[in-house]
Ligand binder design. Structure first.
Ligand code: CUA
Length: 385
């Protein structure tokens, strides 16, 4: 290392001895200085497009509140920094020590006026931040008016996926996994709990995180405003596959169908009520070439953890803390294994033939199905739209 450094400095010295080398060196310095801020911007991931987990592109009332406070603090801090740096730079030039002047500058110790000023200003800043922020905290934790329609969903964190049990309106009785579907512009209250360890529900563009604790029930109330598909992630270290505990929030329009952009893909979103109707329908019996998949699904004991509503012998799973995702309409989901994989027959086969390879520590055991059986089961499951 030291040998290499010596060589570099020797090279610089040699370059500096020639006029052309000198020019090249100064040019290099200018380029390096200009490139530094650009490099920092690049490292900060700055982009004009909202990223899938961008907290500054809020899509709910709560998200707008927390994004507002982030911006308030950012601009206030930037203004304070600018003032302090300006005063400091002014003092540096104005009160520079003159050659031959050995007198001490004017001493400010015990100056009452100064003491009051530099106590009062920070106090005012803290008050200016605290008062509106307390108002924001109360706004974000408010409960919805019980006289208005509220979509209520029980959210259960499990190692390592999310279960949603719909408790109100037409969706009442619906159980889905990993994708939370909500209507735009409607009050929502999620009731968070966990079946095992502590998880945390977090969809950045929705704003705010909420812990899901075993034996507790914490509410989270908000109104999602903009239809779209938003990514979320468990935000509490919950075991070996914590990083693979993804979730999606899908906000449907109240009526009609719209097209939304999701990671550069155009995706059609039907109305919330139409989604509910499809999900409430029992599974359709498979066509002849998919019957083998259904038979293997039953033979390999899958129904002891997974429910498929409407097909004989597949609706026996007791809904409990240990049961796996409801598969009645698994084919309609965007992802599988808590959004670790895109939902397609190849990925389903890969997932069920060796779950531990996709999600280490998965409760679904390896070796239940052979790769050949997995293909047949995957084809059947994919048909459950
Ligand atoms: Cu669940 Cu991290």
């Amino acid at each position: 290392m030291s040998h290499r450094l010596l060589t570099l400095s020797a090279l610089r010295n040699r370059l500096a001895q020639h006029p052309a080398g000198k020019t090249a060196l100064s040019l290099l310095k200018v380029v390096a200085t200009a490139a530094l801020p650009l490099l920092l911007l690049w490292l900060a991931g700055c982009s004009s497009e909202p990223a899938p987990r961008d907290t500054h592109a809020p899509v709910s009332d709560n998200g707008e509140i927390s994004s507002f406070f982030y911006s308030l603090l950012l601009y206030l801090d930037a203004a304070i920094l600018a003032i302090v740096v300006a005063v400091w730079a002014y003092a540096l030039v104005k009160f520079k020590k003159q050659a031959g002047d050995d007198t001490l500058p004017e001493q400010s110790h015990g100056n009452m006026k100064l003491e009051v000023i530099w106590t009062a200003i920070p106090t005012l800043i803290v008050v200016a931040i605290t008062v509106p922020m307390l108002v924001g905290v109360f706004q974000m934790s408010k409960r919805h008016d019980p006289n208005q329609p509220v979509v209520e969903v029980d959210v259960t964190g499990k190692q390592w996926w999310w279960e949603f049990d719909y408790k109100s309106g037409t969706a009442s009785g619906l159980h889905t996994a990993n994708e939370l579907h909500l209507p735009a512009g409607t009050a929502v209250t999620l009731h968070m709990t966990s079946a095992d360890v502590i998880h945390a529900w977090w969809v950045p563009r929705l704003g705010g995180k909420r812990d899901a604790n075993p034996g507790r029930n914490y509410p989270m109330s908000f109104t999602a405003k903009t239809p779209g598909i938003y990514d979320g992630q468990c935000a509490e270290l919950c075991g070996s596959s914590h990083a693979l505990m993804g979730t999606k929030l899908i906000v449907h329009p109240l009526a009609g169908e719209i097209e939304v952009d999701y990671k550069g893909q155009k995706i059609k979103l039907e109305s919330y009520e139409s989604w509910v109707r499809e999900q409430q329908a029992p599974a359709k019996p498979p066509v002849a070439e998919l019957e083998k998949g259904l038979r293997l699904f039953k033979e390999r004991t899958c129904p002891s953890c997974h429910l498929i509503q409407g097909l004989e012998g597949t609706d026996i799973a007791a809904r409990s803390a240990t049961s796996g995702p409801n598969l009645t309409h698994v084919g309609s989901r965007m992802g599988i294994a808590a959004n670790t994989l895109v939902n397609n027959p190849e990925n389903i086969a890969k997932w069920i033939s060796k779950p531990s390879a996709v999600k280490p520590g998965s409760k679904m055991p390896d070796g239940l199905v052979t790769p050949e059986d997995a293909k047949a089961i995957a084809a059947f499951l994919s048909s459950l739209k």
